[in-house]
Design a protein around this ligand. Sequence first.
Ligand code: NAD
Ligand code: TDX
Length: 331
Amino acid sequence: MKVLVTGGAGFIGTNFVQRTRQTRPDWELTVVDALTYAGSLENLAPVADQIEFVHGNIADGDLVDRLVANADAVVHFAAESHNDNSLDDPWPFMESNIIGTFRLLEAARKHNVRIHHISTDEVYGDLELDDPSRFTEQTPLNPSSPYSASKASADLLVRAWIRSFGLQATLSNCSNNYGPYQHVEKFIPRQITGILQGIKPKLYGKGANVRDWIHVDDHNDAVVTILEKGRVGETYLIGADGEQDNRQIVALLLELMGKPADWFDLVSDRPGHDMRYAIDSSKLRAETGWSPQYQDIRAGLTQTIQWYRDHESWWAPAKERTEQTYLRLGR
Ligand code: NAD
Ligand code: TDX
């Protein structure tokens, strides 16, 4: 099978490409990536001679048409992905996440190619801390930030192309990922790399917000499972029952990295900050048999901390630039 992977030089895409080279060696992979600040060809160096790489933007309709014409399936990761950036400058989110997805859908329709669209639980808005419910495939879309609104827009386009044109598409909405190769702007790598540099973790607001953490390999295994066993036209929620508030995550990182429990700063909150995400992934589990392999966040974080310890030259340049942005934003 010839698989076109969009955004394959970013965090989740890099892990997907490296992992599927091992688990699906018969797949022929082409990666298209614009190599924004969030993507790097260095990430794909371990598999460089086993894939084709195209440096390009998915908002370029002609390029996308040529690439999709040559594929049996598309796995669509490419997106602007950071909420704080979307609050600072929303336009790149509109172009990459909405127009880019539109270009892919049109090409997939024209060439009758299967496409799997990667989305986020953030499209459903947020839950209260004491709400016993979790997101399901039936939860109405109710995004809060320019990022999540752009992802919800893309999801709606995919659903419309399925209904109106019979597009051979599936969607998945996953919770917060962690693991190797995640950009240092994101919560967990920001704190790990900060601690390694002697900087205290920075918790937004009171640190009470809850995220539902999943290891990136579990997310990517679910994506492969949906491609192979999912029903075309369907949406699947991906999650690993990993709810933790941000204070709990920082406490665990401090413990694992040998720092005192009170060694953190509370900083100003993110505007519109979603309080809690929680995923009910029973549809995916029941229909496909998928279940997460990383059940223990302590073990997953231990592995992730070690990866950042071993790859300082990978993250150090981005760290400096990212912290300058956070300084300007007051966070
Ligand atoms: P990332 O920012 O680390 O990587 C995004 C990649 O897409 C980068 O390599 C970037 O260069 C590329 N890209 C961006 N715009 C592009 C464009 N217009 N054309 C071509 N390439 C472009 O993001 P990530 O965390 O790996 O997220 C990947 C996908 O998974 C996104 O669609 C995101 O919404 C979704 N998602 C992420 C999470 C998470 O916790 N990180 C959770 C659920 C869903
Ligand atoms: O320094 C920080 N301190 C802090 O308290 C940062 C960077 C974040 N936070 C908080 C904000 C959130 O409550 O940590 C939580 C996680 O923040 P992010 O890593 O920015 O993730 P989030 O906004 O939850 O979105 C993530 O999950 C869903 C990904 O970035 C998205 O791409 C994905 O769709």
